[in-house]
Design a binder for this molecule. Structure first.
Ligand SMILES: [Zn+2]
Ligand SMILES: [Zn+2]
Length: 163
């Protein structure tokens, strides 16, 4: 998303758009996620305070049963942009601070949008809170089917008890 400070006409303005973020989920699959981006820009004496909200959705594998499951990722970022006066042209690009040389009005928010989304990806996602997962012995999806493995284990205990 490009921000053109010269086009801002009010002291406070909200800009919305859609940004595609390439990311890798917790199981290593790559996604191109269309993110809704909402940016509030406040201008106080040529210093711009930017607050961004980013929201995206993609499908990944449930951590327990491997079925496809939707993940909604929400994040936010803050950035301060200072527009430098004539003669001061040292451009500073920091984590959350950017100074723009005199005459430069455009800046890209792509890095902030990508980074804020990527650090917000959950490490584990589940298809539902009560997911039963896969049987560790035979691999049956226990949300959909039952298997005899648990019963067999129980019978072994019975044999031990009888000793
Ligand atoms: Zn699951
Ligand atoms: Zn089993």
């Amino acid at each position: 998303m490009m921000l053109d400070l010269a086009k801002l006409t009010f002291d406070s303005e909200t800009i919305s758009g859609v940004e595609v973020v390439k990311l890798r989920d917790s199981v290593g699959a790559e996604h191109e996620v269309e993110c809704d981006v909402r940016v509030l820009v406040r201008n106080v004496a040529e210093t711009f305070r930017i607050n961004g909200d980013v929201r995206g959705r993609f499908s990944t594998a449930c951590h327990k049963c491997l079925d496809p499951t939707d993940v909604v990722v929400e994040s936010s970022f803050e950035l301060v942009v200072q527009r430098l006066g004539r003669g001061l042209d040292e451009e500073v690009v920091d984590e959350d601070f950017i100074s723009l040389p005199f005459g430069k009005n455009e800046l890209s928010l792509d890095r902030q949008i990508c980074e804020s989304i990527i650090v917000s990806i959950p490490i584990q996602s589940y298809c539902r809170d009560s997911c039963e997962g896969l049987c560790t012995r035979c691999g049956t999806n226990l949300n959909k089917n039952t298997c005899e493995c648990a019963a067999e284990t129980d019978r072994r205990w019975d044999a031990l008890r009888n000793l």
